[in-house]
Write a protein of this length. Structure first.
Length: 283
């Protein structure tokens, strides 16, 4: 009887250890995995967007690649986590790559996700195989204010207070005005608006403020991997400014879409997929 009691205690202890030490590590994003190719793609959506923005992309490539599609915490219905910041998200994606032992993935990022791709390639060059940046700049604020310098201790409280004080209807009206300026495909506008409405308002405000204060122009000189930069067609009017943003990134291949707006994967699909096919198949 004593022996049985002792065994029961041991089993209970092992169960507790498994529960405490075997917990799945928490990351500030949800992950959807598809495909089983040797080469991996990590797809990062943009500001307040769902990983579903990459559905057509993964459908095209998951026959030959293993795709890890992220939805960042607090965006598009994903559960929010405290301490949301651009740097924290960058570091946690790097941790995920290391923890999962993903060998030299291709990072594909749209908008803020493109900024994260640039930062990852600059700060963790040993982890990244290639990057594809879909309509993102190293410093968006500098495009509107050439003398912009980021603040070391940026106070986002005013932005957070303003955004969280909005009623749901006020927030929707704001998105109804802004999304058509970013997405020409009217069949997808309500979907993208819905993602922002499902986003946690505090995370929305924190990340909007933090990304607006982000400047990667100097840092990108450390990017070593092949890099494809896909920019919306409107930016052809500002090529000198685009090239100035990327001047420190010697291997940046800038390409301009033929039509549409910020959501290039929706607005100029044929061109977008041709660019990805050519870049991903290149040795």
């Amino acid at each position: 009887m004593k022996k049985l009691t002792f065994l029961a205690v041991i089993l209970l202890f092992l169960a507790l250890c498994a529960n405490v030490f075997g917990q799945t590590k928490s990351y500030p994003f949800e992950v959807k995995k598809s495909g089983s190719g040797k080469q991996a793609l990590i797809l990062i959506p943009g500001f307040a967007s769902s990983g579903d923005v990459w559905n057509e992309t993964t459908l095209k490539f998951d026959k030959n690649f293993t795709c890890y599609t992220l939805t960042m915490a607090g965006f598009a219905g994903a559960k929010p986590q405290p301490g949301a910041s651009f740097k924290n998200w960058e570091n946690k994606i790097a941790e995920f790559i290391s923890d999962q032992r993903i060998e030299k993935p291709v990072i594909i990022g749209h908008s803020m996700g493109g900024g994260l791709a640039l930062a990852l390639a600059a700060d963790h060059p040993q982890l990244v195989g290639k990057i594809i940046v879909v309509d993102a700049l190293p410093c968006l604020s500098a495009l509107m204010n050439p003398s912009f310098t980021s603040k070391e201790n940026n106070d986002c409280s005013a932005t957070i207070n303003k955004m969280t004080a909005m009623t749901d209807d006020q927030f929707r009206q704001m998105q109804l005005k802004s999304i058509p300026q970013l997405l020409a495909d009217t069949s997808m506008q309500e979907t993208v608006i819905g993602w922002s409405q499902q986003s946690d308002r505090k995370t929305f405000a924190e990340m909007y403020c933090d990304f607006s204060n982000t400047d990667l122009r100097e840092k990108i000189k450390n990017v070593q991997c092949p890099s494809l930069i896909l920019l919306e067609s409107y930016f052809t009017n500002f090529k000198p400014a685009m090239e100035d943003q990327y001047k420190n990134m010697k291997n940046a291949n800038l390409q301009y879409a033929t039509k549409g707006l910020h959501f290039i994967m929706y607005d100029d699909k044929e061109w977008y997929f041709n660019q990805l096919n050519n870049f991903l198949s290149a040795k």
